[in-house]
Design a protein around this ligand. Structure first.
Ligand code: NAD
Length: 321
């Protein structure tokens, strides 16, 4: 049995991570910590967790934990993650890994020094339609190009101050990570970063070249009409058009009709925590602890995504300037 503790009983953790972990028969949620007693008690009641804390250091001292979930805004992550690693715990955290590349790097260095396993929750990689579509494409060899599109209506949204990082670093990082997942490491970046109908940068377009020679395209417009997320991956005589978490269309060898993958059919469940990769990323973390291997999206890997975020922003600002 693997004992985990949670630091953070907020919105995202309750919607996605607690229900996932609670469903695993080989895991016990042994303790919960939150600064807010109401959230702490509501979540602890729901999952029948007796050990409740408002001070995480006491939780680390008093409860025998194998791993700790630190689920809170990036600006608060670093000191808590460093304490958990120093206490010998494996650590799972949400994206982005801290408030800066330097934060992410410091946590990655500490994880290596303490020989601990880490995971940054890039759930899109684990969404079942992404996993299955990628399998079809990879069967044909290297990709030729991929595109990630992630638009939202975000005019007037001030929540980024609470997170302590900008919208590109905090949210659009999801699809920057997917570019690396589909295409590998990046050699060249061209970008435009612009500000439209807002007082903050909110329109991001980038053209990348991967080490493989393939091309990557990112387009993210946060002054747009609504949330719209779509990915395209093109391989050898094959293309996947992915609307995660709902579906993916696979076109092969000139056929006019696609083969269709549906998220809810693949996992036998319509709830987003199942279709959108949250359950599967949690399962991956636990399986990695059981087998002693680093998760796919460990901190060293996440540092590369976080560095690519900054490269795109720098290239885009340079162009804009
Ligand atoms: N993967 C996704 O699609 C996705 C979507 C939304 C948010 N997120 C990420 O999830 C994370 C959490 O976001 P949220 O909106 O759920 O936040 P939240 O504010 O709802 O929850 C954070 C909780 O952490 C607690 N907390 C803060 N500091 C603490 C400390 N020192 N000790 C104990 N508890 C402490 C707060 O009291 C709060 O209850 C963010 O990093 C965000 O980027 C990911």
């Amino acid at each position: 049995m693997i004992n985990v503790g949670f630091i953070g009983a907020g919105a995202l953790a309750n919607a996605m991570h607690y229900p996932s972990v609670a469903a695993f028969e080989d895991v016990t949620i042994a303790a919960i910590c939150d600064l807010n007693p109401e959230r702490l008690n509501t979540t602890a009641e729901k999952y029948q967790v007796a050990h409740r804390y408002t001070e995480y250091r006491r939780m680390l001292d008093e409860v025998d934990l194998d791993a700790v979930y630190v689920i809170m805004p990036p600006v608060f992550l670093k000191p808590i993650v460093l304490d958990c690693l120093a206490a010998g715990k494996h650590v799972f955290m949400e994206k982005p890994p801290g408030a800066s590349v330097a934060d992410a790097q410091e946590m990655a260095d500490a994880a290596r020094a303490h020989d601990r396993l880490t995971m940054v929750a890039f759930n899109r990689r684990f969404a079942c339609v992404v996993v299955e579509a990628k399998r079809f494409i990879d069967d044909r060899g290297p990709i030729t190009q991929c595109l990630v599109e992630f638009h939202k209506y975000h005019i007037g949204n001030a929540r980024w101050e609470y997170y302590g990082t900008g919208m590109f670093e905090t949210d659009i990082i999801h699809v920057v990570d997917l570019l690396r997942h589909f295409g590998g490491e990046v050699t060249d970046v061209e970008a435009y970063v612009q500000t439209w109908y807002s007082d903050q940068e909110n329109v991001f377009n980038a053209l990348l070249r991967f080490e493989s020679g393939a091309t990557g395209i990112l387009t993210a417009n946060r002054a747009s009409g609504t949330r719209y997320e779509r990915f395209e991956v093109h391989g050898h005589g094959i293309a996947a058009y992915i609307r995660a978490p709902e579906m993916a269309e696979i076109y092969k060898d000139g056929e006019s009709q696609p083969f269709i993958l549906r998220g809810s059919v693949l996992v036998g469940n319509e709830q987003p925590y199942r279709t959108y990769g949250f359950f599967d990323e949690n399962r991956h973390f636990i399986d990695c602890i059981t087998t002693g291997r680093q998760p796919m999206t460990n901190l060293d890997d996440a540092v590369k995504t976080r560095m690519l975020v900054d490269r795109i922003l720098e290239a885009g600002r340079h162009r804009a300037g």
